[in-house]
Design a protein around this ligand. Structure first.
Ligand SMILES: Cc1cc2nc3c(=O)[nH]c(=O)nc-3n(C[C@H](O)[C@H](O)[C@H](O)COP(=O)(O)OP(=O)(O)OC[C@H]3O[C@@H](n4cnc5c(N)ncnc54)[C@H](O)[C@@H]3O)c2cc1C
Length: 471
């Protein structure tokens, strides 16, 4: 008999698991709290313009199988777009991703001289001693100039922690150019003639990033998978070390769903909280110590066709609290309404911080002030401001996270027939294509008799360690 898999969460990881499982491997039933698919990668319309939860691009470095599937699902709706962003460094705008000629011309001379000094002096630089952290690894690899002017303020803003309070993992996952030589090599690959078809480009669907998730849901449903939206998982029942059922709240009523195998992509901390009977006290304590960083997405709706020609602006400087601003219309070059555009700001922020409870109008006013201070004054009519808040935007890799994560992860791994994966399930600072790769691996390790091949899964987990975040 075909095995049955209960999937928790319909973000990219849960959807991709259902999509792969329902290709003849298993009957997949997916439970999602939200009314729509896509999790943090979903899209929605504001005034006829497709918007994402902050800047989302599908990166061409994805596994070719994953890209092949996405191309097949979207057909001509999947665009290959040139990246055209700007980063603010030393008070100047520089093309992002960095281009050699542009950087040479536009970097402030003192900044460029200091960078060259860091490169030349690398051999003589005193390497950090003592426990390693995000700051020591960056200092040793990249030197003080780029660390102090770019990475350190940027991570302070994104995680709300000083760089010496953040774990090395963050540098491993997030910083793709671990030396100035590697950054230069990346810039060289951007030179016309030296670059490949997808260098400096990204995939983007015509109807927003979430079109990828929607297309995959449709394909999975066509293969027999069942999606239950508006199903908030409120309890996970177990007998000994086996999960036997999940309980959802749907339209105000609790519904119990018996389960054989459970693939969870909801936050691992939520799984611990919902487990009935609860896990041992040390697992509960570890889960409570694990933190996710939140984010407010502020959408400024403007009465003009286009505000800038750029897809995204990156703001490492601490003088402005937003980390990035995107103009969704410029992602798809799609013909939205001619009389308006939207600027989406990413404001890293946790519940309880001063921005979290601010009204949309107030946030909109601050947003306009910040842009004015950066030389981007909003001189066109502001129609209104809308916001969205996400509680699980980024995993926080503080210095203790590894210990706590391992305690929870080890306990979850003892549960028979249960796998936790995806960005929230493995506390992984990952891109969507990584969430897909994890889901494909999870589907592959299900044996024909409905068991999980633990050795194969352990091998995949080691591969996931090599996932590197693309911005
Ligand atoms: C600001 C920002 C920008 C990003 N930019 C990019 C980018 O450019 N390119 C890229 O590839 N990736 C990007 N990402 C990452 C991308 O959003 C994630 O990798 C992806 O969404 C992870 O998918 P997931 O399924 O693992 O998790 P999620 O998308 O978080 O999905 C988890 C799902 O579980 C559901 N859930 C949680 N609790 C419950 C419950 N109790 N009951 C039922 N359902 C529940 C949630 O509603 C959600 O739908 C970005 C992320 C952020 C925050």
């Amino acid at each position: 008999m075909t095995p049955r898999v209960t999937v928790l969460g319909a973000g990219p990881a849960g959807i991709a698991a259902a999509y792969r499982l329902s290709r003849g491997k298993a009957r997949a039933e997916v439970f999602e709290r939200a009314p729509v698919a896509g999790g943090n990668s979903t899209s929605f319309q504001i005034d006829g313009i497709w918007c994402d939860y902050g800047s989302h691009r599908f990166h061409p470095v994805a596994d070719p199988h994953v890209i092949g599937d996405v191309e097949a699902l979207l057909g001509p709706d999947l665009l290959l777009q040139p990246r055209h962003g700007r980063i603010r460094l030393g008070g100047r705008w520089i093309h992002f991703p960095l281009k050699l000629q542009d950087a040479l011309l536009k970097l402030p001379p003192a900044f460029a001289a200091s960078l060259i000094g860091d490169m030349a002096g690398r051999k003589f630089r005193k390497m950090s001693t003592g426990p390693r952290s995000f700051s020591s690894v960056l200092y040793d690899g990249l030197g003080p100039t780029i660390s102090e002017n770019f990475y350190f303020p940027y991570v302070r803003k994104l995680w709300g922690l000083d760089p010496d309070k953040l774990a090395v993992t963050l540098a491993e996952r997030r910083v793709s150019g671990s030396s100035i030589g590697k950054i230069l090599a990346r810039m060289m690959r951007m030179i016309p003639g030296l670059r490949g078809r997808t260098t400096g480009r990204f995939y983007y669907p015509k109807k927003g990033f979430g079109q990828i998730s929607n297309a995959m849901v449709e394909a999975a449903e066509g293969q027999g998978a069942v999606f239950r939206f508006g199903a908030d998982i409120v309890r996970i029942e177990r007998e000994g070390n086996r999960v036997t059922a999940i309980v959802t709240r749907e339209d105000g009523a609790e519904v119990r769903h018996a389960a054989d195998q459970v693939y969870s992509t909801i936050p691992l901390t939520t799984v611990v909280r919902l487990m009935d009977p609860p896990p041992p006290p040390e697992v509960i304590a570890a889960a409570k110590a694990i933190r996710f960083r939140g984010m407010i997405l502020v959408y400024l709706i403007l009465g003009t066709k286009r505000f800038t020609e750029y897809d995204a602006h990156y703001f490492p400087e601490l003088s402005i609290p937003i980390s990035r601003m995107s103009e969704p219309k410029n992602y798809s070059s799609a013909s939205g309404p001619a009389d308006r555009t939207i600027l989406c700001a990413e404001l890293p922020c946790d519940p309880g911080e001063k921005w979290w409870d601010m009204s949309d109008e107030e946030l909109g006013r601050h947003y306009c002030d910040w842009l004015g201070n950066l030389g981007l004054p909003v001189k066109v009519p502001v129609i209104r401001t809308e916001t969205r808040r996400i509680a699980h935007a980024y995993p926080v890799y503080d210095l203790d996270y590894q210990r706590h994560f391992e305690t929870v992860d080890n306990w979850l791994s003892t549960l028979d027939g249960f796998l936790s994966f995806g960005r929230q399930g493995l506390f992984a600072h990952d891109n969507t294509h990584h969430a897909f790769a994890m889901a494909y691996a999870a589907a592959d390790v299900l044996t024909p008799d409905g068991k999980i091949d633990r050795a194969a899964w352990a091998a995949h987990r080691r591969e996931f360690e090599h996932h590197r975040v693309e911005d």
